[in-house]
Design a protein around this ligand. Structure first.
Ligand code: ADP
Ligand code: ZN
Length: 626
């Protein structure tokens, strides 16, 4: 699925050459999860745990980090302690594990006192293999008492896995102060190894994790950050609702998330979608706890297809069949974007990530961060990076990977707007850029993008004529271009640093030093490309990524839908989300290979022993059309 980008395994201090239990890992993987092979680096990550070597594992969302600590926990002696930042995240993982017949539990504030007592009982008797806890529980008030009781259980703590370890770093996207104290756990459990897992790849975050957790010559495993099944698109914001509907039309009945930058936008957009007959729910921090839970559950349980949300929604959303993530407005960094868009296609099947963006988004972020006193060089740089991505004309996979310090080996990813030929570059980009820059100069660097677009396109609005801008030499210089295209070029020039927006109440466009140099033709002509959206060609039909074509190959779609309905019924009956029963990948394989016996069923991807016993006969009924 993806290739390891780098691997550094320093020689072990004392050297157990083959970790005990290593050969049993395959067995456990097959029996418990129904998977027949390891994904890249999973084996190495598991070996590090079995060898009791500290480790840092960095893999993108969906690559399969959880199994890296879950499988060794089943093979090794003792109890695995898993630190996880969110209750919903823990619950999901524990539900899935229990569904696969694993003795896992979580201990957090959401449990009733009876449930808590039960967990403590099980711990004392050594009946639990994996215990999920929040960092507050381990380092906050009352932590000592809790830890002492864990330590007194029949099963010794064998290792500690720290999930979402980027929460330790301010360079990440979700800083949590309690994470900083986790290194203290070693005082409590001397000799246990610590294993950090994260999907945030930058070197800064990695260094922070190693230092803050005081990892001792850790095995570092860094997977490739490419998500080949995700198709990335960037659209300059024009008519937002139409742009969103266009995406939704490609995904009738499928799951998706639409991120907005304000609560007001969320409410309006969700209400409008409901009015369009879509099964959409809003989600943001302004709703009551009860509403938020209800809406989140509706999405997880497939009562709703779309969540319209602020970034408050997401951590802990494990629905694996999210087929699209739309951003109606730019996030504040590529780290955020990668995290949020990465919630699409966690099952490895095709999904699309659409960023709908305008230059104003970045200005809004800057102003907001300045006003709240949170702005610093770090944040400024992160904003510049995503602005450049949005304005970029080139392969999105390549750009994203480069940001995370990796080289993309291919020329054509077959899974982004650029490589799918949805953008076309403008002839003579330098000339177009100069027309725009000189117009900015002519209007005295005192107007915003909307006004400038009108002047450039020769549209004599009241505002334009009132200021005499219809008499400028730059009036109508781009009259052959559409409004969206001109707005797009302005955003691209902003993103490349030829223009900047002033920080006023009504921001205006001004030239940067680079902009002045380009206008004056000083220095070498830069390597500049400008692009616009290519008009769709109805004769070509929708463009499909490789992942999409392959993902549906040979799949009986009707049967797939029937299996989906069956999964939903089972899930409702058991009070768990459908993806805890089977992933879409499994349903598609069933609808492709149509097994006729339990024995054949056992070989289907994602069908473990417990699932085959449990649901095998019913699945065969569905396959037979009974
Ligand atoms: P991450 O935590 O890295 O985002 P998960 O642990 O949620 O990813 O795994 C993503 C999906 O991949 C899960 O459905 C998981 O069961 C599946 N998976 C993990 N390892 C394998 C494997 N070796 N073979 C097949 N599927 C796997
Ligand atoms: Zn590409």
């Amino acid at each position: 699925m993806f290739q390891p980008a780098s691997m550094s395994v320093p020689p072990p201090v004392s050297s157990p050459s083959v970790p005990p239990g290593a050969t049993r890992l395959e067995e456990v993987l097959e029996r418990t999860w129904g998977y027949t092979s390891f994904r890249p680096l999973q084996r190495e990550a598991m070996d590090a745990i079995l060898a009791r070597r500290d480790s840092l594992v960095v893999m993108p969302t969906g690559a399969g980090k959880s199994i890296c600590f879950q499988a060794p926990a089943l093979v090794a002696d003792g109890l695995a302690l898993v630190v996880s930042p969110l209750i919903s995240l823990m619950k999901d993982q524990v539900d899935t594990l229990v569904g696969n017949g694993v003795a896992a539990a979580c201990y957090n504030s959401a449990l009733s006192s009876e449930q808590k007592a039960q967990v403590m009982d099980d711990l004392r008797e050594g009946r639990i293999k994996l215990l999920y806890v929040s960092p507050e529980r381990l380092v906050g008030e009352g932590a000592e008492g809790f830890l002492r009781r864990v330590a007194a259980g029949a099963a010794r703590v064998g290792f500690i896995a720290v999930d979402e370890a980027h929460c330790i770093s301010q360079w990440g996207h979700d800083f949590r102060p309690e994470y900083r104290q986790l290194s203290r756990l070693r005082e409590f459990f001397p000799g246990v190894s610590l294993h950090a897992f994260t999907a945030t790849a930058t070197a800064r975050v990695r260094r922070d994790i190693t230092e803050q957790l005081a990892l001792q010559s850790p095995v570092e495993l860094v997977g490739s950050f490419d998500r080949p099944n995700l198709t990335y698109r960037v659209l300059p914001r024009a008519s937002l609702k139409t742009q969103i509907l266009d995406v939704l039309k490609r995904h009738g009945g499928e799951a998706g998330i639409v991120y907005c930058s304000s609560r007001k936008d969320v409410d309006q957009l969700a209400a409008w979608m409901q009015g369009q007959g879509l099964r959409a729910v809003p989600y943001h921090a302004g709703l009551s706890d009860e509403e938020r839970h209800r809406h989140q559950d509706a999405f997880l349980d497939e009562h709703a297809d779309v969540v319209v949300a602020t970034v408050a929604f997401g951590m802990g959303i494990d629905r694996s069949d999210v087929r699209y993530v739309i951003h109606a407005g730019a996030p504040q960094s590529l780290e955020h974007y990668q995290q949020e868009s990465g919630r699409a296609g966690r099952d490895g099947l095709e999904a699309e990530c659409v960023l709908i963006v305008s230059g104003a988004d970045f200005l809004k972020w800057r102003q907001m961060l300045e006003r709240s006193g949170e702005m610093n060089d770090q944040k400024r740089q992160l904003l510049r990076d995503i602005e450049r991505y949005a304005a970029g004309v080139g392969c999105r996979h390549t750009h994203l990977l480069a940001h995370f310090g990796e080289r993309y080996g291919k020329d054509d990813c077959g899974a982004c707007d650029f490589c799918l030929g949805e953008l076309e570059s403008v002839g003579e980009p330098i000339t177009v850029a100069r027309k725009i820059l000189s117009c900015v100069a002519r209007v005295g660097q005192r107007f915003g993008a909307a006004h400038l677009t009108n002047v450039l396109r020769g549209s004599a609005t009241e505002q334009v004529t009132a200021r005499g801008h219809d008499t400028l030499t730059t009036f109508g210089l781009l009259s052959d271009q559409s409004q969206d295209d001109v707005r797009g070029y302005i955003d691209q020039l902003l993103g490349r640093g030829y223009l900047r927006q002033t920080d006023d109440q009504y921001p205006v466009l001004a030239l940067t030093d680079d902009g002045v140099a380009l206008l004056k033709d000083a220095g070498a002509a830069p390597d500049l490309t400008l692009a616009r959206q290519r008009k769709p060609d109805p004769s070509r039909g929708p463009r499909r990524s490789k992942a999409e074509t392959e993902g549906w190959e040979g799949v009986d779609r009707d049967l797939f839908e029937r299996l989906r309905a069956f999964r939903l019924t089972v899930a409702r009956g058991r009070g768990v989300p459908p993806y805890v029963i089977f992933h879409d990948t499994t349903l598609r394989e069933l609808a492709r290979t149509k097994p006729t016996s339990i024995e054949e069923l056992r070989h289907v991807y994602g069908v473990g022993a417990k699932k085959a016993d449990d649901l095998g006969a019913a699945v065969l009924d569905v396959l037979r059309g009974a």
